[in-house]
Design a protein around this ligand. Structure first.
Ligand code: SF4
Ligand code: SF4
Length: 342
């Protein structure tokens, strides 16, 4: 791993060069709310972003995407498959928890048979991570062994080390390739920066208010599948699906056709296991007809199923669902209750 320093004004110039050569997606504020968007002006980018409302997973797994178009002319069927654009994408400003979520998505979409659409985007994306500069009340990444300053999963990782300087860690050959023609933007003297990063980590970790433990939980969850706790918890759930839409690791989708029998498009869009239609069979039978069953499924997926199937945690402790659930269903409290029941 190679490390360098870049000053803030040089970082803005570097981003300008990225914008000229690549398609850049980065955190920007829209009406005060943070989203990852295509960027044309470096000054629009939040260099030390807080938590975005929607996670950056949308770059790899868009909320809605057309898979292919179809046209039927007499006996002839033509499929027009949509392919990833050729220009490389730089996804800038991804926090450590969201970096970890990409590993969760990789396990799902890149296992055989691979999802060609996800794989093409993954292959064409350079990930630039950024250390957190603050901790929000709902953050609990450390539960999953994630440090708020780590760059695991990124190609390049930035940490604001104060005095207008950023520590730049070049973590993969892809990251090295991206930066090699911009060497003049960097300084080599990183003395003190690693220490500043460690101090930042210690200060941020101390601010994480609620510590919960998940060790060994996934193996014990089966014993409380039928526990009345799920029905009780579901009495205040609205079934709105917000918790799943804002989650960086949720990956369920629906596939639909839009068009006529002569021509149209097949597309997919995010789905939610909280919705009644999610498991509704054509026959009318629904194996998860009650909201309690659907809410239980969500927590089992996060705390048990994902671990059993992919050997990765299904949650990264980003806190989005905690912050945005309209009835304050808090996964940290659920974990605490479940630990007492198993
Ligand atoms: S956000 Fe809250 S109310 Fe909405 S489905 Fe999720 S747990 Fe239920
Ligand atoms: S379950 Fe909640 S806290 Fe965990 S990754 Fe998803 S949105 Fe974040």
């Amino acid at each position: 791993m190679d490390s360098k320093i870049i000053k803030k004004e040089k970082l803005l110039s570097l981003l300008e060069r990225f914008i000229a050569d690549y398609h850049v997606l980065a955190p920007v504020r829209e009406d005060g709310v943070l989203f990852y968007r295509p960027v044309d002006i470096p000054g629009d980018i939040e260099l030390n972003p807080g938590r975005s409302v929607l996670p950056p997973k949308g770059r790899l797994f868009p909320q809605t995407e057309a898979l292919y178009g179809y046209r039927v002319e007499g006996e002839k069927l033509t499929l027009n498959e949509y392919v990833e654009e050729e220009r490389q994408v730089v996804l800038f400003g991804v926090h450590p928890c969201d970096l970890r979520s990409f590993a969760v998505l990789d396990a799902v979409f890149l296992e055989e048979p691979r999802d060609a659409y996800f794989a093409a985007r993954r292959n064409n994306t350079v990930l630039v991570g950024v250390s957190c500069s603050s901790v929000l009340p709902e953050c609990f990444c450390t539960t999953y062994g994630i440090s708020p300053v780590e760059g695991n999963g990124a190609d390049i990782h930035l940490t604001d080390v104060g005095a207008g300087a950023y520590l730049v860690e070049i973590l993969t050959p892809r990251g090295k390739d991206l930066l090699q023609k911009f060497e003049s933007f960097f300084e080599d003297n990183v003395a003190g920066a690693a220490e500043a990063k460690r101090a930042k980590e210690a200060s941020l970790v101390k601010k994480i208010s609620l510590q919960v433990k998940v060790d060994g939980l996934h193996e014990k969850m089966a014993s409380i599948f039928e526990n009345p706790y799920w029905e009780k918890l579901s009495r205040r759930c609205l079934g709105c699906g917000v918790c799943t839409y804002v989650c960086p690791t949720c990956h369920c989708f629906d596939i639909m056709d839009d068009g006529t029998k002569e021509e149209g498009e097949r597309f997919r869009c995010w789905d939610s296991c909280l919705f009644r239609e999610y498991t509704l069979h054509t026959s009318g039978h629904n194996p998860r007809h009650a909201l309690a069953q659907r809410l239980r499924n969500r927590f089992f997926h996060k705390l048990s199923y994902n671990n059993q199937r992919y050997n990765t945690e299904g949650c990264v402790g980003c806190g989005r669902c905690v912050a945005l659930c309209p009835v304050n269903i808090d996964i940290r409290e659920v974990i605490g209750t479940v630990r007492g029941l198993v």
